[in-house]
Design a protein around this ligand. Structure first.
Ligand code: SF4
Length: 145
């Protein structure tokens, strides 16, 4: 299966803080599947490192008050383009991220609190029929992938 993956989960240093989020159990999926890494925030034109962003009142705002919504939407569209180009039916994305999070994301307070919601890329992929799960669901899956 071809799986779109948040690039940071493979150890690519594309996170806002300049680090990756290497997850060995995601890397292990490469034994059985073709993983296609993308970082929507970089694809949207944001630099690395960059200030952290959270969704507040429908806008993606960084912690210095800058509105990054356009870049987030651009990155989501580019990630969707890649997923469709490769025929991905599944995306395994980073939990809680304002781009990649699915079901739960940070609540906009920059206080580490969570709220129900989707990152822009997760939302757009789902809207186009691509199944989205986060890396923790893969770790906890009993049926394997
Ligand atoms: Fe990882 Fe997604 Fe954030 Fe890029 S946008 S660093 S892939 S969580």
């Amino acid at each position: 299966m071809k799986i779109l993956v948040s690039a940071c989960l493979l150890g690519i240093c594309c996170r806002y803080d300049g680090n990756g989020s290497d997850r060995p159990w995601i890397r292990a999926l490469m034994d059985r599947h073709t993983l296609i890494p993308v970082c929507p925030e970089q694809l949207g034109g944001l630099r690395t490192p960059r200030p952290p962003v959270e969704w507040r009142d429908g806008r993606a705002m960084d912690n210095q008050g800058k509105d990054c919504t356009d870049a987030f939407c651009r990155g989501a569209k580019e990630a969707l383009k890649v997923a469709q180009m490769y025929g991905c039916e599944l995306a395994v994305l980073k939990a809680r991220s304002p781009s990649c999070g699915s079901g739960v994301i940070y609540d906009g307070s920059f206080g580490g609190r969570l709220a129900e919601g989707y990152g822009e890329t997760a939302r757009l992929l789902r809207e186009h029929g691509i199944r989205v799960i986060d890396e923790e669901a893969v770790r906890d899956a009993s049926d394997g992938f």
